[in-house]
Design a protein around this ligand. Structure first.
Ligand code: PHE
Length: 357
């Protein structure tokens, strides 16, 4: 009887002290397993007298139940402790702000506008701006475009609506960035070296024309600026922009606001339907240019006997298509997310002057 009491104290003490599930399992096997201490003692009951058996049997049964219960309780306690330890160690702050996902992209027009500005800034040009809704004075008259000039016809120019009897001067959506030449000279005078990128509008729609598109104007006025300076600046620009030496070809042309005027082509090759700028003997028209007409200088309050210079106007969308191999101009303005993901630029991964093209 005493040894049963001793057994009970020892086993329950060991159960209470067990540090993990494995130790507990060892204890179970060693006490109430087939060959455990309590089981062996139970086997001895057969050899006892009926009186002894009646006294010892219930004690052993009670002990077995008690050990079983103690092990179950300890197992549950160990499980709780393990869970608590995990809960302490692994936690999630659901109030933390979400990690930013890369959403959206930089439109090729924005990207190319940035590139154009960076290259001309490097050549000493600053950026000028003007309104997209212009008076017909800035868009036409000041630029020596006579009232009967075909560019003024309704089918090219968007005129702002006027109520009958409203006699204010007509306003138009600017058809080119050239009116910024006048506005800039009026505001800042000479000498000047500026570019003016921005939106322009013409009533035209097919694979190479959209009613809204982008131009960048260039204007350099000083005492002795010539077409040679224009050619050098443009070749510097195209070589930096395309990342390879690019030749230009000037063809005599006519614009009311320049004299002489030239359309400028850049050197390119067409091999297996692939266009490469800066090589081969093909030419691609990219801009209009010339020496600013004396009448234009005069309209802007500049004395043409003192000052002269060049101007040019170039299509931003067009040079974006050439550099990034974009086939259809109309897709630029469709806001198609698949197109934007394909041709757009990641905000942290854009071509730059210093990073290379
Ligand atoms: N404004 C002209 C156009 O839109 C381009 C140009 C600008 C030509 C400046 C000469 C000088 O076609």
């Amino acid at each position: 009887m005493d040894d049963i009491a001793e057994l009970k104290t020892r086993i329950l003490g060991a159960v209470g002290a067990a540090g993990d599930e494995a130790a507990l399992e060892d204890l179970r096997v060693a006490s109430i397993g087939k060959k455990g201490e309590i089981s062996l003692k139970m086997r001895e009951l057969g050899k006892m007298t009926p009186e002894q058996r009646q006294a010892v049997g219930p004690l052993l049964n009670a002990l077995k139940d008690e050990v079983n219960a103690a092990i179950s309780a300890k197992r549950a306690a160990l499980g709780d402790a393990a869970l608590n330890a995990r809960l302490q160690a692994e936690w999630l702050d659901i109030s933390a702000p979400a990690r930013p996902a890369a959403q959206g992209s930089i439109h090729p027009v924005s990207q190319v506008t940035e590139e154009v500005i960076a290259i001309f800034a490097d050549l000493g040009f600053s950026v000028a701006e003007g309104p997209q809704i212009e008076t017909d004075f800035y868009n036409f008259d000041a630029l020596n475009i006579a009232p009967e000039h075909p560019a003024r016809q309704e089918h090219d120019t968007f005129y702002m609506h006027r109520e009958a009897g409203d006699n204010r001067p007509p306003h138009v959506l600017r058809t080119h960035t050239s009116p910024v030449q006048i506005r800039h000279l009026e505001a800042h005078g000479t000498p000047c070296r500026v570019i003016a990128p921005g939106r322009v509008y013409r009533s035209d729609y097919d694979i190479t024309h959209t009613p809204m598109f982008h131009q960048v104007e260039g204007l350099a006025i000083d005492k002795s600026i010539s077409m040679a300076n224009l050619k050098w600046v443009l070749e510097q620009f195209f070589s930096a922009y395309f990342g390879t030496s690019v030749k230009t070809r000037f063809r005599a042309s006519h614009f009311p606001f320049t004299e002489p005027s030239a359309e400028v082509d850049i050197q390119c090759s067409w091999v297996d339907g692939q266009l490469k700028v800066g090589e081969g003997d093909g030419w691609l028209e990219v801009l209009g240019s010339g020496m600013v007409h004396p009448k234009v200088l005069q309209s802007a309050g500049v004395d043409p006997s003192q000052w002269q210079g060049f101007a040019f106007g170039m299509g931003i969308d067009r040079i974006a298509m050439l550099k990034y191999g974009i086939p259809d101009l109309r897709a630029f303005f469709d806001a198609d997310l698949r197109w934007l993901r394909h041709y757009g630029f990641g905000a942290l991964d854009v071509p730059t002057l210093h990073g290379g093209v």
